[in-house]
Design a protein around this ligand. Structure first.
Ligand SMILES: Cc1cc2nc3c(=O)[nH]c(=O)nc-3n(C[C@H](O)[C@H](O)[C@H](O)COP(=O)(O)OP(=O)(O)OC[C@H]3O[C@@H](n4cnc5c(N)ncnc54)[C@H](O)[C@@H]3O)c2cc1C
Length: 324
């Protein structure tokens, strides 16, 4: 028996979320007195594999088949199921992101497993296996008990964090035996956006709302994002207006993110917006209305005009950076 994690990669490197899954699974596996095993599908640099071992994963099953780069949910679910059977996984952990949300239910059906999505932090109890998950767009937690022998969970990002625990590791080639007919999605063309921080992976996110008044005013937000190595996001009306691409819209109907630091400039803090960002570790808000709901969710707030605060903020960041 074992705990299996599915580690995601992009451009030959593990995504940040994979290290959080490794930290989480290593801790859970220790409590369950089981080994933890990572599955990596698609080409990954060899130097990356050792990074997983820094977070307590000693056993890595690796398949470098480029066809997994098509992010074909069905093929990935089949491959994870094969790996799970091979290592007799009783707990399978995936990230609660677009891929995890698509793959986990398929996997649960294949494995006849009970499944809970958006799990927050460590299990509440191991027997019965009880996990905590956010409900009502982050306004409350519920406890879910999984009774099945095999369990599938998706872990909400930043709900556990990274725990360094260097162990020796042994990579092992994993053959899936999947043929072309198993890969039903084919990517015809890939347009890469270079130099931009992927929103879901970003540690820091700089976000703007309707208070920014126009898409022409995004230059300063982008400047701040560049200075901080941050991703950029926006509220839904901003993308509806066409000021920013829909890929940046966060919230109930957009991306759900959980960076360490989320800056909200000119965002009111509607419940639908907070549903996508309330798991951020620290929220900093700038809004000219001191009664704006965003201040209830924020850890730090400035009641002021964004067009006066932002330039000063950028100068302050530049000064801190120039001082090393
Ligand atoms: C079913 C449904 C789903 C939705 N899903 C989402 C979603 O996923 N994501 C999302 O974001 N929204 C979503 N919405 C919309 C949501 O209800 C809000 O309307 C939206 O989040 C408001 O965006 P905003 O804060 O940018 O704009 P506004 O509500 O217009 O707020 C602008 C804020 O900027 C401040 N401001 C104005 N000028 C300045 C200035 N010069 N300096 C500083 N502050 C200033 C104002 O005080 C105000 O608080 C959804 C709505 C519905 C009904």
């Amino acid at each position: 028996m074992s705990v299996l994690i599915y580690t995601e990669n992009w451009d030959g490197k593990f995504k940040k979320v994979s290290f959080e899954l490794a930290s989480y699974a290593a801790t859970v596996a220790k409590a369950m007195q089981l080994p933890v095993i990572a599955l990596s599908l698609g080409p990954v640099d060899d130097s990356e594999l050792s990074k997983l071992s820094a977070y307590g994963v000693s056993h890595i099953m690796k398949n470098s088949d480029e066809r997994f780069n098509t992010l074909d949910n069905q093929a990935i679910a089949k491959a994870i199921a094969l790996a799970a059977e091979k290592v007799k996984a009783t707990l399978i952990v995936l990230a609660h992101n677009n891929l995890g949300k698509a793959v986990a239910p398929r996997l649960a059906v294949r494995q006849k497993a009970g499944m809970v999505s958006a799990v927050h932090g460590l299990p509440f109890s191991y027997d019965p296996f009880t996990v905590k998950k956010m409900v009502f767009t982050g306004k409350a937690f519920s406890h879910a008990v999984i009774h099945s022998g095999v369990k599938v969970i998706t872990l909400a990002s930043n709900s556990f964090g990274l725990v360094e625990n260097k162990v020796d590791f042994a990579p092992e080639a994993f053959e899936t035996g999947l043929g072309d007919a198993d890969f039903v999605t084919r990517i015809e063309q890939t347009n890469k956006i270079t130099g931009k921080v992927l929103l879901n992976d970003a540690d820091i996110v700089v976000s703007g709302g309707r208070g920014m008044k126009s898409g022409d005013n995004w230059g300063q937000l982008e400047e701040l994002a560049n200075l901080l190595g941050a991703g950029t996001a926006c509220s839904r009306p901003v993308s509806d207006e066409g000021w920013r691409p829909h890929s940046e819209h966060v919230g109930q109907t957009g991306k759900i993110i959980a960076p360490n630091l989320y800056f909200a400039f000119g965002i009111s803090g509607a419940i639908q917006h907070l549903g996508g960002v309330s798991s951020s570790k620290i929220i900093v808000a700038v809004n000219k209305d001191p009664d704006a709901p965003i201040f209830e969710a924020a850890d730090y707030g400035i009641a002021g005009d964004v067009f006066k605060v932002l330039p000063q903020f950028i100068e302050a960041v530049k000064e801190v950076k120039s001082n090393g």
